[in-house]
Design a protein around this ligand. Structure first.
Ligand SMILES: C[S@@+](CC[C@H](N)C(=O)[O-])C[C@H]1O[C@@H](n2cnc3c(N)ncnc32)[C@H](O)[C@@H]1O
Length: 279
C-alpha cells in the first residue's frame, strides 16, 4: 500500500469519505452548532482527507492545524487543499480557503505525535481529530493521549480506526490464515510502541469512559467492490506484502490468495468512528 504515500491516501479517500459514519459526524456537528467558528487540530493528517471529509458538518469559519510526521505529506496537503477549494490564497504561513459557505484557514506543522504529543495538545483547540491513525498507536500511548485530553477537557472526533474485520468475496481457503497473519503484522511497532491495531477503539473508549467523558461509536466499514477495483487490488497487494513479512503463511499460498484477489473481488474492511466529549 506504499506506506502513507500521497497516491495511496488519494486512492483510499473516496472510500474513506463514503464509509465515515453519518450519525457520529452529525453528533459532532450538533455539539458545535451554536458556534460561528472553530479551531481544530488534525493528528496524522496525511494529505488532508479528514478536513475534506468533516468540514461541511462544522461551523462556517474554521481554523485547522494539520499535523504530520512526514514533511512531504504536508506539502502534498497544501497542494490538494488548494486544488479542492473554490478559492485558495496564501496569507503568511497560512492557507486561506473558501469552500461553499465555509472559510477555512489552514496551517501545517511537522511533529512526531509520540515525542511531541503534549506540545501539540498544548495548542488547546476546540476539537482534536484524526483519521485512520489510532490503530498505529500503542495501548500505552492511547492511555497517555486520553489522559492529556481529559485533563484539558478537549473533545476528540476520530474516524476510520481499523477494527480487525475483513471479509473477502469470493472466499479463499487461506482467508483465515491471511487475516491472522495480517493482524499480527498490524501489532508491530509503528513508532508508538507495540501497536494496538484492532483493539484501539475499545481501548480508547474505555479510557475515556473511566475519565467521565461521554463516548459514541459508529461503524465505518469500507464495503469495496470492482467499482473501486484499484483500491481493492492495492489493498490486497498491501496485505499480501505484510503477511509475507510475518513469515506465518508460505509464499505460494500468499501468491495464490493474491491472484484470486486480483480477479474480481470485493471486500469489507472494518473500521469504527468515535466521538468523545466532556460532560
Ligand atoms: C493511514 S495514514 C492517514 C492519513 C490521513 N489522516 C487520512 O485519513 O488520509 C496515517 C498518517 O499518520 C502519520 N503518522 C504516522 N506516525 C506518526 C507520528 N509518529 N507522528 C505524526 N504523524 C504520524 C503518517 O505520516 C500518515 O500521514
Amino acid at each position: 500500500m506504499g506506506g502513507f504515500s500521497p497516491e495511496w491516501l488519494a486512492l483510499r479517500e473516496p472510500a474513506d469519505h463514503a464509509a465515515r459514519n453519518p450519525q457520529v459526524l452529525a453528533a459532532v456537528g450538533a455539539h458545535f452548532a451554536a458556534k460561528t467558528s472553530l479551531t481544530i487540530v488534525d493528528l496524522g493528517c496525511g494529505a488532508g482527507s479528514n478536513l475534506r471529509g468533516a468540514y461541511a458538518a462544522l461551523p462556517a469559519r474554521q481554523h485547522w492545524t494539520l499535523v504530520d510526521l512526514d514533511a512531504g505529506l504536508l506539502v502534498a496537503t497544501r497542494e490538494r487543499l488548494a486544488d479542492w477549494a473554490d478559492e485558495a490564497r496564501e496569507q503568511g504561513e497560512e492557507l486561506v480557503l473558501s469552500k461553499g459557505e465555509h472559510t477555512i484557514t489552514v496551517d501545517t506543522r511537522q511533529a512526531d505525535l509520540n515525542k511531541d504529543l503534549e506540545w501539540v495538545l498544548g495548542w488547546q483547540p476546540d476539537l482534536v481529530t484524526a483519521a485512520a491513525l489510532f490503530d498505529l498507536t500503542s495501548k500505552r500511548w492511547i492511555e497517555r493521549f486520553v489522559a492529556a485530553l481529559t485533563s484539558q477537557r478537549l473533545p476528540l472526533y476520530t474516524v476510520l480506526t481499523y477494527d480487525g474485520r475483513e471479509t473477502w468475496k469470493p472466499p479463499h481457503a487461506a482467508d483465515a490464515r491471511m487475516l491472522a497473519a495480517f493482524k499480527h503484522h498490524q501489532r508491530g511497532d509503528k513508532g508508538f510502541g507495540p501497536a494496538a491495531g484492532p483493539d484501539a477503539t475499545d481501548l480508547m473508549a474505555e479510557a475515556f469512559r473511566k475519565s467521565g467523558f461521554a463516548v459514541s461509536i459508529g461503524d465505518s466499514a469500507w464495503q469495496i467492490d470492482e467499482r473501486r477495483g484499484e483500491l481493492v487490488q492495492t489493498l490486497a497487494k498491501g496485505i499480501a506484502e505484510a503477511v509475507l513479512e510475518t513469515g506465518q503463511v508460505d509464499p505460494a499460498t500468499i501468491a495464490d490468495w493474491l491472484a484470486s484477489r486480483t480477479q474480481s473481488a470485493s471486500a469489507l474492511v472494518g473500521h469504527h468512528d468515535l466521538w468523545a466529549r466532556p460532560v
